[in-house]
Design a protein around this ligand. Structure first.
Ligand SMILES: [Zn+2]
Length: 124
């Protein structure tokens, strides 16, 4: 029986049903399979693809991540540098976006699955 919390399950991208099976096929470092989700959980066989194109809704969460990133970069620049120039804003946002893009893409899907699917924890 799995004893990990919902937060841990989300952070480690585990199945909402059993909190043991991995949601993603490939590792975080694999760019080929970066965001491809298993069709069913490898441990409990729960359906992780409730309907075709289910994960299109994840782009709303991805958008929220991007907005949060831009605001964080702008605030950080204003705190760290006295009078930041426009190119500094643009560069920091682009660089932060490139670095964090794999994480934002993955966790937008994980959060969307946890928020929008009907899968509930059963604790096998
Ligand atoms: Zn599972």
């Amino acid at each position: 029986m799995s004893k990990i919390s919902k937060t841990q399950a989300i952070l480690t991208a585990k199945c909402p049903n059993c909190r043991e099976g991995d949601l993603f096929e490939g590792s975080k470092m694999s760019f080929k399979n970066l965001t491809s989700i298993n069709h069913s959980c490898p441990v409990c066989n729960a359906n992780l693809m409730p309907e075709p194109d289910f994960y299109y809704g994840a782009m709303y969460i991805s958008y929220a991540f991007s907005v949060a990133l831009v605001i964080t970069a702008l605030v950080a620049l204003n705190v760290l540098i006295e009078k930041p120039e426009l190119w500094m804003y643009l560069t920091s946002v682009v660089v932060a976006n490139i670095i964090l893009l794999p994480l934002m893409l993955r966790y937008s899907k994980v959060l969307y699955l946890y928020l929008a699917s009907k899968l509930k924890y059963r604790g096998y």
